[in-house]
Each structure stands twice: as structure tokens, then as C-alpha cells.
Design a protein around this ligand. Structure first.
Ligand code: IPE
Ligand code: IPE
Ligand code: MG
Length: 243
């Protein structure tokens, strides 16, 4: 698989920001008669291969959906596993990401999230803060609607304090209140596992994203899956409302 050559694509046709819904771990495990948690474990290598492939081809930013605000609805055992697993992956991969020039940023809500997970994310953010090769937004306890509601709440408070005038709120000002104000708009939105939905991932940032849904379960994804999706993206005609 990894022997597939990287496609030659003009730099301006490479998406700067790729958002990824890493889905299908449970089904991958089920197909093998394994517990769902084994699927999550197998998904780790997929993410890091995709990050390497993204750097090779010139992507500048990846947003990886690791745990949604809706994933709390899973069994307590699976939630507990996912919390511990996210914490461990971030700790274990931190130095490697730093060496690759990856800047890690946490995107999500603190509410309910394990403090040990927040601590690891913040450690990684501090360590990698000056890296410029690629930004990795780790979306942990992320929900698109909660992000917008939290932004609206913070903005309302600033209006009340007289810091912002309600009549002057623009899209640009509103976006400053989102979880990661520096995040670029999403160019390419990917989802594995064949599901055709966004599941509350980056709605504000994806209004003009190109969508590619991949019929492969997340643990079977590697950099060549990303490259194929980018090749498809490079043939899309993005008009942004213009004629
Ligand atoms: C994605 O895989 C990982 C997370 C949502 C944390 P799933 O666990 O959703 O796998 P499926 O969709 O059940 O196969
Ligand atoms: C989306 O996948 C969340 C993550 C990949 C972290 P889900 O598997 O939770 O989404 P639904 O429930 O199938 O929409
Ligand atoms: Mg799923």
C-alpha cells in the first residue's frame, strides 16, 4: 500500500486544511472478532501515517476528530478507554510530533473532559508551540454546536460589558470567539467508514469545504488514502458563490 507514489499535484491545488472524521474503528474490530477498543488502538497508526503523508504532500493543517461531545453517550467502559487512550497517545507521540515540526493544538470543550487528558494536550501545545511544518488540531470533546453556543455566550458577555457593540458583530468578530480562532477554513473534509454525515464536526469552518467520503474503515487508512482524496479534491471546481 505505502508503495503508491505520491501524486504530482500543483501546490495551489493542495488543500491547506484537511478535517478528518476518523470513523469505523468499532466495525474494523468487530470484523475480526475483537473488542471495539482494539479498533481504537489500531487507529493510532493510521493517524500518524496520515500526518506524515500530509507533510510530504504539503498540507498545512489537519483537524482530527478524536472524541465528540456526543461520544459521552457510549458505554462507560468505552468512554473510559477512549479518555485514557487519548491521554496516552498524546503523551507517547509528543516528542515524535515535535521532531517532525508539528504544532499540536487542542480544540474542544473543557467541561467533562478528564483533567489528565487536558494536561497532556496542554503539555503538547506548549512543547510544540513554535513549530511551523503542520498544525494538528486534536479535536477532543469537540462539538460544532457547543463550539458555536460557547462562542455566542462569550460574545454576549463582552457585549454586556461594553467591550463589543452588538450592532457591529461581523463573521470575523464572531469567529474570534471559536475554540481556535486561528484555525483556517476547512478545504477538504474527509470521513472514513462510508458514513455520509458530518456528525457535528467543524460546521462553522466547513461551510465551503469539499467533502470526500471514503469507503474504508479508519484503521485501514494510511497516507495513500489521504493522497487519493487530495487527488480527487484537486479536480474539484471551487467557486465560493462566484459564477
Ligand atoms: C471512531 O470509530 C472512533 C470514535 C468515534 C472515537 P467508532 O468507534 O465510531 O467506530 P464505528 O463507527 O462504531 O465502527
Ligand atoms: C464521529 O464518529 C466522532 C469521531 C470520529 C470522534 P461517530 O461514530 O461518533 O459518529 P456517528 O455517531 O456515527 O454519527
Ligand atoms: Mg463511528
Amino acid at each position: 500500500m505505502k508503495s503508491m507514489k505520491m501524486p504530482k499535484i500543483a501546490a495551489e491545488k493542495i488543500p491547506a486544511h484537511v478535517a478528518i472524521v476518523m470513523d469505523g474503528n468499532g466495525r474494523w474490530a468487530k470484523e475480526r472478532g475483537l473488542p471495539r477498543t482494539a479498533g481504537h488502538e489500531a487507529g493510532e497508526a493510521a493517524l500518524f501515517d496520515v500526518i506524515e503523508g500530509a507533510i510530504q504532500i504539503g498540507v498545512k493543517e489537519i483537524s482530527a476528530y478524536a472524541f465528540s461531545t456526543e461520544n459521552w453517550r457510549r458505554s462507560p467502559d468505552e468512554v473510559k478507554f477512549l479518555m485514557g487512550f487519548n491521554r496516552d497517545v498524546i503523551r507517547r507521540r509528543r516528542d515524535e510530533m515535535h521532531a517532525m515540526g508539528v504544532r499540536v493544538r487542542w480544540v474542544g470543550r473543557p467541561k467533562r473532559l478528564w483533567s489528565s487528558v487536558i494536561n497532556e494536550l496542554e503539555e503538547a501545545e506548549t512543547l510544540t508551540a513554535k513549530n511551523k511544518v503542520l498544525t494538528l488540531n486534536m479535536c477532543v470533546n469537540y462539538g460544532g454546536r457547543s463550539e458555536i453556543v460557547d462562542a455566542a455566550t462569550a460574545l454576549a458577555k463582552d457585549v454586556k460589558r461594553g467591550k463589543v457593540s452588538a450592532e457591529k458583530v461581523t463573521e470575523k468578530i464572531f469567529a474570534k470567539y471559536l475554540d481556535q480562532p486561528q484555525m483556517r477554513d476547512v478545504d477538504l473534509f474527509l470521513r472514513s467508514s462510508g458514513e455520509l454525515r458530518t456528525s457535528n464536526f467543524l460546521p462553522w469552518q466547513s461551510v465551503y469545504a469539499e467533502f470526500v467520503f471514503m469507503d474504508v474503515l479508519w484503521p485501514d487508512v494510511d497516507r495513500t488514502t489521504l493522497w487519493k482524496a487530495i487527488e480527487e479534491y484537486s479536480h474539484r471546481d471551487r467557486r465560493f458563490g462566484k459564477a
